[in-house]
Design a protein around this ligand. Structure first.
Ligand code: A2P
Length: 285
């Protein structure tokens, strides 16, 4: 995954559908002008892939930005996610229609189950996930979504889904320096599920780390660029978020350097830091 040359380069999901190698993250991007402007900036700087979710509360603005950017719909890749309160068969179908409407689109490229039903909240968590998946599968077969997947799923959450007719194509997890979720990553790799990295900059917490700054300076790059590149070289698809035009552009400049094997080893060996602390089995939302 490290021989990409631009944001238009793609990976192929396990169903054959292509996904652009870096996505523009929009978690914590405020609705309204900020979301509209930052998504328009991202598209103008070459982003082809935009990641949102119903719970981010910015789908209407993102829809406007996509319209106003005049980009070709078939050159964009748009992801959204079904929120926890909408889990289940009928509720997922309804939530999907709302996201699609809010985004002013007639199909989504990727739709994800945002979080697995948490073991500490639901006795029948596995069944809830399967019912949600049944709705996702139906929408996929109807052509309303080009690829389906999950987010924040660990191997024990994925197990039942792997026995259904349509297997997940993507698992979007928290993945950044200091938090590589090795077990989940390996499970996904073994099962041909692409791992997308949310918070590739550790929501910004990576960027003042002296080791990262030092390594980045060897390549004349910022710590942010190093972190994004590091995700690619670790075979994950990074989703960096920014609402700042100069940073949005900076985060696209990750194709003109290669982190050496030695530096990759040093970074991979860094201890846990900068994690959100959110455990999918313990969340209370
Ligand atoms: P902002 O959106 O105000 O520009 P993550 O993608 O891991 O969630 O990190 C997002 C955070 O990192 C945001 O606070 C964002 O700030 C900040 N950020 C994104 N890109 C850069 C950059 N190139 N330099 C510094 N901070 C950045």
């Amino acid at each position: 995954m490290s021989n990409f040359s631009s944001l238009s380069d793609t990976l192929t999901l396990n169903n054959g559908y292509k996904i652009p190698c870096v996505g523009f993250g929009t978690w914590q991007t405020p609705d309204g002008e900020v979301a509209i402007q930052s998504v328009k900036d991202a598209i103008s700087f070459g982003y082809k892939h935009i990641d949102t979710a119903a719970i981010y509360g910015n789908e209407i603005s993102i829809g406007k930005a996509i319209k106003e950017s005049n980009a070709n719909r078939n050159e964009l890749f748009i992801t959204s996610k079904v929120w926890n309160k909408e889990r289940g068969y009928q509720t997922t179908l309804k939530a999907f229609e709302k996201s699609l409407n809010d985004l002013q689109l007639d199909y989504l490229d990727l739709y994800l189950i945002h979080w697995p039903a948490a073991q500490n909240q639901f006795k029948d968590w596995d069944n809830i996930n399967l019912e949600t998946w049944r709705a996702m599968t139906e929408l996929y077969k109807a052509g309303k979504i080009k690829a389906i997947g999950v987010s924040n799923f660990m191997p024990h959450h994925l197990k039942s889904l792997m026995e259904t007719e349509i297997k997940p194509m993507v698992n979007q997890i928290e993945f950044h320096v200091g938090f590589m979720q090795e077990e989940t990553f390996k499970y996904c790799k073994d099962n041909n599920i692409l791992v997308e990295a949310w918070s590739p900059l550790g929501t910004g917490k990576m960027l003042n780390n002296s080791t990262l700054k030092e390594i980045a300076s060897k390549y004349n790059k910022s710590a942010a660029q190093l972190c994004i590149r590091w995700c690619l070289q670790n075979n994950t698809l990074p989703l960096p978020k920014s609402v700042t035009s100069a940073r949005i552009k900076e985060n696209t400049e990750v194709f003109d350097f290669v982190i050496s094997d030695e530096d990759m080893k040093t970074i991979n060996a860094m201890e846990y830091f900068g994690g959100s602390g959110l455990n999918p089995d313990k969340i209370d939302f």
